[in-house]
Design a binder for this molecule. Sequence first.
Ligand SMILES: *[C@@H]1O[C@H](CO)[C@@H](O)[C@H](O)[C@H]1NC(C)=O
Length: 355
Amino acid sequence: MLPPWSIPCLLLLRRPGLAAAPLLSSPISTALRLASTRTRTRTPSTPEPTAPAETTAPAAVGWQSQLITPIERVGKGKSFRMRTYKPRTPGLRHLKRPVEDHIWKYGPYLPLTFPKKGMAKGGRNNSGRITVRHRGGGARRRIRTVDFHRLEPGPQKVDRIEKDPGRSGHIALVTNEASGKKTYILAADGVRAGDIVQSYMAGVPPELMAAMGGKIDPGMLAAKTCWKGNCLPLHMVPIGSIVHAVGSKAGGPAVFCRSAGTYASIVAKDEKTKTVVLKLQSGEVRRVSRWAPATIGVVSNPTWQHRQLGKAGRSRWLNIRPTTKSGYKTRRPKKINTYVVTPRPRNHGKRRTKH
Ligand SMILES: *[C@@H]1O[C@H](CO)[C@@H](O)[C@H](O)[C@H]1NC(C)=O
């Protein structure tokens, strides 16, 4: 029998399909093995794990999957985790991606998408001249229509978190619990399938008003509404909060802090001018309307900035063409014959004579 401390070590070394597994016969390892096979054999027909499925899953699955996957390594002095790959091919050696275990693996919700026209334009305008350099090629895309207004009230259940080829952050497919209407919203970091998010852009709901005793109590209101992923008009968000997807105009669409991992903080509220002072990550401090929308939290996918594409072809798949250096050329001209002897100038016509 192996000492108990050796089990995590073996799990760390073990790759799926290697013969290390039969060595371990303790009940805990069997449970872990079962759990790992179950996660691997999920089919497209199975919906995203819902609340009951999560309750039946053993609590050990989280740390177990972290131990078993040998490709996730935390670098020295780094607090985040990226997915790296064994260098089976040269293009994988430097490939680094955010860990995406919670992301929906299949296609988008098609009624909320439309095909992108003009992928083949290659940066040309309508007279056919290149107006944007370094564009061309790339995979076909469908545009996801993301709701940046969030005017619809009532609880909305997060069905799944998806990737969007058109943006760096993730998007969440949400269903309104009352009307059953589905929308895509920008996903806040940490929001997962099964969570409930809500928008208060249409006003404070009557039951919440009644709970506060018919009068708005700012502290109570913040405690009940300022949760991750909820959308509020800025005057309802307490000073110092971290928000993303912030609008500029009253009821207007979100325009600031929509990229992966971005946020703004609320510095002050000016009652006289009916504005709220925001501090953006660039350091810019600016005013926006106090009725502009803001979503609590940070945009999802914060480690996106540390990704590495690993090879040139991967950026070609993203519609990016090579950038070449202009000016001084460091490469030697082609077909240079190094064996040709070119006489160098000697004496420059001033032959020295012996005296
Ligand atoms: C297209 O771009 C070219 C080059 O910049 C420019 O001269 C031309 O006016 C543009 N055509 C239109 C219709 O904008």
